[in-house]
Design a protein around this ligand. Sequence first.
Ligand code: G5P
Ligand code: MG
Length: 228
Amino acid sequence: TTQLLKPLRLLLLGAPGSGKGTQTSRLLKEIPQLSSISSGDILRQEIKSESELGREAATYIVQGKLLPDVLITRLVTFRLSALTWLKPSAAWLLDGFPRTTTQALALDELLKQHDADLNLVVELDVPESVILERIENRYVHVPSGRVYNLQYNPPKVPGLDDITGEPLTKRLDDTAQVFKKRLEEYNKTNEPLKKYYERSGVLSTISGETSDIIFPKLLNLITSQFGD
Ligand code: G5P
Ligand code: MG
């Protein structure tokens, strides 16, 4: 495992299917000090529990559209504030939020009030051509956010989560048609968001066709800046 000497506050960017969730679970395993929040996982849990918010979120998600900034920002910052994440010493990573510059500004504002900041933003750059197949073979365990792929990392028992033995499900938005829409949304919002983080000097890009290629590069980047 890896020890951090400085608190890492990382945001992972990347197209749908680029491996944000996959890299998140590997980092959590490798760096015990880290916690994570995934906006998509939170929304899928809300949908599963049939909350009012979940019902509203589902109307956007099934169309591959982003939720309104106000709604998602309220949801994620509420979770951030409920944890001890706003202490300057906390080390954490975000997957899927912020996704627009409006969301980025709102998060920065909140962090600034607590003398904290995002200190690393990493874009996972994976060719679109290899992503679609991943999505069609993806199964998820909603309560934990664990992701599987029937070829790449299949569950030990078909259809069941490795840890809890609970059933896996398909995501509502993992069809070829909705995926296309999600990619379009990503391509629209990602450039301005990247520019925003480029200006504050925290943006890095890691390219690779597989998560196995990307992970060591990502870990290297983190240890060179935050490790011993
Ligand atoms: P999400 O949930 O944030 P996306 O679209 O950003 O969803 P997604 O699809 O969750 O991202 P990922 O996390 O980047 O992709 O990828 P992953 O799950 O780790 O990997 C994909 C699959 O490939 C898995 O099956 C994995 O096992 C497999 N895999 C990984 N690596 C490899 C490899 O090297 N090789 C192979 N063969 N397979 C591999 O957002 C969903 C929706 O929620 C709303 C929006 O509606 C959004 O569309 N939302 C927001 N709306 C507004 N603002 C926000 N901030 C929002 N956040 C969420
Ligand atoms: Mg994900």
